[in-house]
Design a protein. Structure first.
Length: 837
């Protein structure tokens, strides 16, 4: 070793270490090998676009967590456009020109078959996450690896569902594709194992128009079998179930089971066809949540583009499905396998073996490709309700059907097509479809599902719970009442229809409906053709009018806190106190209370009135007058404080006065008035209150009430609105300023549930309703749920107009005490004076 090297080592003993540390990253970079990998997807489809995004996210995440790997996947994507020929050509181009070492994809099973044949000829592994047809077998084609479960893994779960409900015949409906045909033999074998026959199989060709599908469905309707198992992709399933809905077969009496391909967990477009699949049962692979999956879903929702690290396709779906998770895990498995494989790029068998040996915890679950595909796991049984797939049970090869963690329990009760729970006989309750005041009854159609809610409905549901027997029922919304009712033959029905009750007229036709569940007012005429329960709400007819500013009245508002009687009584008390004090002090030689008669009279009034503001300055000599003054000052304090409080309150509201307080004024000027559409109040206005029908305008909502009253009768609105107190309370709770009520003008018997005449249910429902009403916490809880806690319990206008301020009765006790004290002081003083003389 030379002297120079020795000197360097002397002064820089760690130099070799620093050189190695600096050059090691360059050494690693020099050894990193890029492996070209082909990706063939239909980027124009939701699944393809989603899978492409997941693939690039997986690529980014993997190498972010494994920065020291010596290999790196170079993904090269091709768009198949959903065409089998294009998919095969894209694969051939990737293999021959891009020299890829493996291909991820393609999506569809028929495309995968051709690409697999190509890969087998050229020795390139084909890894698919969505070609689930059992006809594609990794056992027969070792070059093919399925990062998904075989469709046949779900047939035993479907057979278990069929067995659980005791169905002995089912009809198979499937698409005429590689995907559709591949499952049929396995499904028939599974059904045969549970002694269920398949008398008919319906094959739907993808090129069929809707008319052809409807024709096939009409043929199915003629068969006695009403249970169908559908195996289709989302694309064809959407068209099919749309036709099913149009054919009227998504209704009570039919049962539908779908395979995994029609689940929202595999097809993001499933949300769009759920409107036509209400009540359908289905199976799908379970995906258990974990922190890694939750984090991925959050990033999926929040990140639209990551231009620096991830190449996103322009089309993004809103839902991440199981296919997306499998695509993500495919990249991780391939990246691990490439790193672990020997002689990669020379022998495809080594890469295939490395992939099959890969095991890890992926987003979709535990990944083990020992058999060339993912092993079957627990299957979820779902029921389509609204826009969700509600989980009602599970199935596993070891436990069969089970519910939650209970051993061998059947699935929970599903909601079948037609929204039935299958418990006959079923009572039909008519529910009015309201345009306004939906706090009482609200009928919504959400994704082809009718939802009935509101105060009345909640009360009725509690009544059903309180019945001594169970009831199977359905709510039937009634909107076009006249058309539904059909011809009404008897006189009672004619009366029912004439009294604004198209809805009630249908209830009269009791052969169709068992009760009317709505905000129905008990009126005497209606008792001739309807039977009512006890009322659940009180009701009176009142008038709502606008408030106006009255500055003229406000000028004298300072007089209103005290009634005229109280003003006079207070004045008399002042004079009395002044006279008694003067008398007592005058006789006690108090110079302040002496002088000429005119001066003494002025002292009497000055002293008494100065006590109102506690400004008296005269010194009192007599103990009697001192005691009397103490009592009087206390009385004055009470009166002045009450006056101040009352005046403050009046100054805030006195400037607002009801625009109309007399019905006669409205009728005399032919002003327009409003009422709630389809309310019996119209009859009251004409027959009881004497309005002309030309003066009446019908409205539906509180918003329309507000608009009509704001415009006024001369600008296309009305002068007043007549309605029942429950609706007025709702209106005033929303528009609590600027309006007041006047009345009531008509007393009703309240709101109740209506039944057809002679209905045997009325006594039971009345007793149950009474039980609900007496449970104050429950009943008030329902009211507070839908109505504002601000309930208008009295006539606001009357409280303003009839308010005469504080009256003598309010302070009668104080005046009596003052009078007695004055009398006693005066009497004792006179008695003492006379005695001394």
């Amino acid at each position: 070793m030379t002297m120079s090297m020795l000197n360097l080592q002397k002064y820089f003993p760690s130099l070799p270490f620093y050189l190695i540390l600096c050059l090691w990253p360059l050494h690693l970079m020099a050894r990193e090998v890029t492996i070209p990998i082909g990706v063939v997807l239909d980027l124009n489809s939701p699944i393809g676009s989603m899978a492409n995004s997941c693939i690039w996210m997986a690529h980014h995440d993997f190498y972010k967590q494994h920065p020291r790997f010596q290999t790196r996947l170079d993904l090269r994507t091709r768009n198949s456009g959903g065409d089998t020929v294009k998919a095969a050509y894209a694969a051939f181009d990737l293999i021959t020109k891009e020299k890829v070492k493996a291909i991820i994809g393609p999506q569809k099973s028929e495309q995968a078959r051709h690409v697999i044949n190509l890969g087998r000829e050229l020795g390139i592994p084909i890894i698919s996450f969505s070609a689930t047809s059992p006809s594609l077998s990794p056992a027969h084609t070792p070059i093919f690896i399925r990062m998904a479960q075989n469709d046949s893994s779900q047939v035993k779960a479907i057979a278990a569902i069929v067995e659980a409900y005791g169905w002995r015949e089912v009809v198979l409906i499937y698409e005429n594709t590689e995907y559709g045909n591949g499952l049929v033999p396995h499904l028939i074998d599974a059904l045969d194992a549970v002694d269920t026959k398949v008398p008919y199989r319906s094959v739907i060709d993808p090129i069929f128009e809707e008319s052809h599908i409807l024709e096939e469905l009409e043929n199915l309707k003629e068969n006695s079998t009403r249970i169908f198992i559908v195996h289709m992709t989302g694309e064809h399933g959407s068209r099919f179930f749309s036709a099913v809905e149009k054919a009227g077969m998504m209704s009570e009496g039919y049962g539908w089971i779908v395979t995994e391909g029609l689940s929202v967990e595999l097809d993001p477009s499933a949300l769009e066809r759920m409107d036509n699949m209400q009540g359908v049962l289905g199976v799908r692979t379970i995906v258990r949540n974990n922190e890694k999956l939750d984090d991925f879903k959050k990033r999926w929702k929040t990140l639209s583009f990551m231009e620096n690290n991830i190449k996103y396709h322009a089309y993004r779906t809103h839902t991440i499905t199981l296919f997306g998770l499998w695509a993500y895990d495919t990249v991780w498995a391939l990246a691990m396998a490439v790193e672990n494989a020997t002689n990669y790029g020379k022998q495809s068998a080594s890469l295939v073996n490395a992939i099959l040996a890969t095991k890890f915890q992926g987003l979709s679950g535990y990944v083990d490709l020992k058999g060339g595909q993912l092993e079957s796991s627990v299957v979820e049984v779902f029921n389509v309700i609204g826009h969700k797939e509600r989980i009602i049970g599970y199935w596993s090869p070891k436990r069969g059907l089970f519910q939650d963690d209970q051993e061998k329990q059947k699935v929970r009760q599903p909601v079948w097509p037609g929204y039935t729970m299958d418990q006959p006989p079923k009572l039909r309750f008519g529910v009015p479809v309201r345009k306004g005041f939906t706090e009482f009854v609200k009928v919504e159609t959400i994704f082809n599902t009718t939802k009935v809610s509101g105060f009345v409905v909640d009360v009725f549901l509690e009544v059903l719970k309180a019945l001594p027997f169970s009831v199977s029922y359905e709510f039937v919304p009634l909107e076009n009442y006249g058309a539904l009712a059909g011809p009404i033959a008897n006189n009672k029905s004619m009366v029912c229809f004439a009294h604004n009750s198209s809805f009630l007229s249908i209830i009269c036709t009791w052969q169709k409906f068992d009760a009317g569940v709505g905000d129905i007012t008990i009126v005497y005429d209606r008792t001739n053709y309807l039977n009512f329960t006890l009322p659940y709400l009180e009701s009176v007819v009142s008038m709502v009018v606008s408030m106006k500013h009255d500055e003229k009245r406000n000028m004298w508002v300072f007089l209103k806190p005290l009634s005229w009687g109280l003003w006079l009584t207070t004045g008399a008390a002042l004079v009395l106190i002044g006279f008694v004090v003067w008398f007592l002090e005058h006789r006690s030689n108090n110079t302040a209370f002496r002088g000429t008669p005119k001066q003494q009279l002025g002292i009497v009034f000055w002293f008494s009135f100065s006590t109102l503001v506690f400004a008296h300055r005269e010194r009192l000599v007599s103990n009697w007058s001192r005691g009397l003054l103490i009592i009087w000052i206390f009385v004055v304090l009470i009166i002045t404080q009450s006056y101040t409080a009352s005046l403050t309150s009046m100054l805030t509201i006195e400037s607002l006065q009801p625009e109309f307080i007399d019905i006669k004024e409205i009728k005399r000027n032919n002003y327009f008035v409003g009422y709630q559409n389809q309310s019996f109040v119209k009859t009251i206005l004409i027959n009881e209150l004497g309005f002309n029908e030309s003066q009446l305008k019908a409205y539906n909502t509180p918003e329309e009430y507000h608009e009509a009253l704001s415009k006024g009768t001369n600008n296309g609105g009305v002068a007043a609105i007549f309605d029942e107190s429950p609706y007025i309370n709702v209106f005033l709770s929303k528009y609590d300023t600027g309006y007041a009520t006047v009345g009531p003008f008509y007393k009703t018997n309240g709101l109740a549930f209506a039944f057809p005449p002679q209905s045997p249910l009325v006594p039971y429902f009345s007793r149950a309703l009474l039980n609900v009403i007496e449970d104050k916490d429950k009943f008030e809880g329902i009211k507070n749920k839908y109505f504002s806690t601000r309930i208008v319990s009295k006539d606001q206008s009357t409280s303003i107009l009839d308010s005469q301020g504080l009256t003598v009765n309010s302070f009668a006790g104080l005046f009596i005490i003052t009078t007695i004290a004055s009398f006693v002081s005066f009497t004792f003083y006179v008695f003492t004076f006379l005695y001394s003389q």
